[in-house]
Design a protein around this ligand. Sequence first.
Ligand code: ARG
Length: 429
Amino acid sequence: MSDLLWQKSGVKVDARIQQFLAGEDVVLDREFFLFDIDASRAHAQGLQRIGILSADELASLERELAALADDFRSGAFVLDDRFEDGHSAIEARLTERVGDAGRKIHTGRSRNDQVLVATRLWLKDRLARVAALCRESAQVALARAGAEAALPLPGYTHLQRAVVSSAGMWWAAWAEGFIDDAVRAGDTLAWVDANPLGSAAGYGVNLPLDRDHTTAALGFGRLQVSAAYAQLSRGKFEMAAIEALSSALLDLRRLAWDLSLFTSAEFGFVALPAEYTTGSSIMPNKRNPDVIELMRASYSAAAAARTEVEQLLSLPSGYHRDLQFSKGAIFHAFGRGLAALELLPDLLRNLEWRPDAMRAALEPSMYATDLAIDLAREGLPFREAYRQAADPARWAQVDPEASLAARVSPGAAAELRLDALQRRLQALG
Ligand code: ARG
């Protein structure tokens, strides 16, 4: 490891202890290294605006930050354990290349606000991706809800056959769910869209830092005003982001569960294209829906990450090194979660219904509720109608199309109100 930023003469450094302190930090810091570089550029600009850096010094720092970003992207620069963390690596590289200007960049900043701002930019990027993928999934579901509105599908409660449903109702459910999830990701993005840079170690500094400039330069919606609150928001904002992700993954988990059942031979309602299945190493006959199973399982990473961050936050105010562990948690959650969500729109586009199997699974008892309500509409008190409709001898109607066509309550098969969902989706941009 190169010299530590904070190393002072006469203080012994123990390699094992350094290893423990750094942990996997340099590896994790790769995730938001480019955001750290962006924030370093904005900070340097701010320093120039208040006379701490000359225009030439700023120009050389901006040039070297751009070169470092290029080298990082190409692999010419590797963030590894030569450095304590990503923040030290940036300063070391700038100092090596531009001397004193590099040694000046940390004026008025701390790694505490540096990690905050890099994480914040990373969270915004990931939440925007969650929102976009939920929007796209909702779009696909909505289109298929319209196209397959009249296709009968058994409706279950308790996994027992209940009433006739439709592919349209099934799709509309996921459409509305993923619209809600996109809204939540967008709202959360707006909520965390606050610039912590310039809060320094959590107590500000004796310089008139141009925090409004860094807020605008980094594209933040607002300044996170209180220097002390900036530190308090670490972890709290990560949790909110994980919760927004979890909302989408929860819907994905249940959708995947449906597909896991529907693709089984017992149901046989859905066929997945071969590329979504894998073979067995021993059973030559098998095609397994591993993709949807891993999609279903991805929720667990978000749930675990939320718990991990929450556990870290049992702290008094101010920075604490405990917070370093929040990074691994968010990378794990968003890594797994986004990988799953990225495959979702195409999965939804490509799954095929098996209408014969769906129809074959409809049985006369599934019209009993329709019958009870028909009798009630004719004037029988519902409880009496219910009693009469419970008699299997009266389950004559077995016409799923007619049952669906009569399901006119708003949100049901004959009144899906997809236009209302479409309007909400359009409002999301
Ligand atoms: N790796 C550290 C973290 O993620 C960076 C901040 C270090 N600050 C400090 N005072 N030691 O929290």
